[in-house]
Design a protein around this ligand. Structure first.
Ligand code: IDP
Ligand code: MG
Length: 148
C-alpha cells in the first residue's frame, strides 16, 4: 500500500452534532493525517455539481437540499491506503447497515431509510474520485502532505 490522499466531508448533521473533534480523532488514531481543512457552506449549484454522478437517483434532490442546508467540514486525509481506510472508518452508506464502531453506525443511529442522506460523512471511493473531489475543494497550495 502506498501513501494516498482522499477527500472527506463532515456533513451538516455531523457539524450540528458537534462531533468534528471526535471524527478527527478517529482519522488520526487510524494513521490518517489532516492535510487540508476548511469549513464552508455549499450553494445548491455547487452541491449539484459535486454530486453530479447521482443526478438520476431518486434521492438526489433530498441529498442536495441536505448537503447545502448548513456548514460542512471538508478535509484532505493522507496516509497509507487512505481511501479504503477512510471508507472503513465511515461504515456502510445506510447507517442501519453500518458495522458497530464505524462513524455512521455510532453517530447516525436511528436514521430511517428515507433519511439515509443524513449519514454524517462523505469519503471518496476511488483514486479517480479522490483526485477530482480534492480538486473541487482545494488548490494545491492549500494541501500540506506530511506537514509540508
Ligand atoms: P457513499 O456516501 O457511501 O459513497 P453513495 O452511494 O455514493 O454513498 O451516495 C452518496 C450519498 O447519497 C450517501 O452518502 C447518502 O448521503 C446519499 N444516499 C445514498 N443512497 C441513498 C438512499 O437510498 N436514500 C437517501 N440518500 C441516499
Ligand atoms: Mg459515494
Amino acid at each position: 500500500m502506498s501513501t494516498e490522499s482522499t477527500l472527506s466531508i463532515i456533513k451538516p448533521d455531523g457539524v450540528e452534532k458537534r462531533i468534528i473533534g471526535e471524527i478527527y480523532s478517529r482519522f488520526e488514531r487510524a494513521g490518517l493525517a489532516i492535510a487540508a481543512a476548511k469549513m464552508m457552506r455549499l450553494t445548491p449549484d455547487q452541491a449539484r455539481s459535486f454530486y453530479a454522478v447521482h443526478k438520476d437517483r431518486s434521492f438526489f434532490d433530498r441529498l442536495i437540499n441536505f448537503i447545502a442546508s448548513g456548514p460542512i467540514m471538508v478535509q484532505v486525509l493522507t496516509g497509507n491506503d487512505a481511501i479504503h481506510k477512510n471508507r472503513d472508518l465511515m461504515g456502510a452508506t445506510n447507517p442501519k447497515e453500518a458495522a458497530p464502531g464505524t462513524i455512521r453506525c455510532d453517530f447516525a443511529r436511528g436514521i430511517d431509510d428515507e433519511e439515509t442522506h443524513r449519514n454524517i460523512v462523505h469519503g471518496s471511493d476511488s483514486r479517480e474520485s479522490a483526485e477530482a473531489e480534492i480538486g473541487f475543494f482545494f488548490k494545491p497550495e492549500e494541501i500540506f502532505v506530511q506537514g509540508r
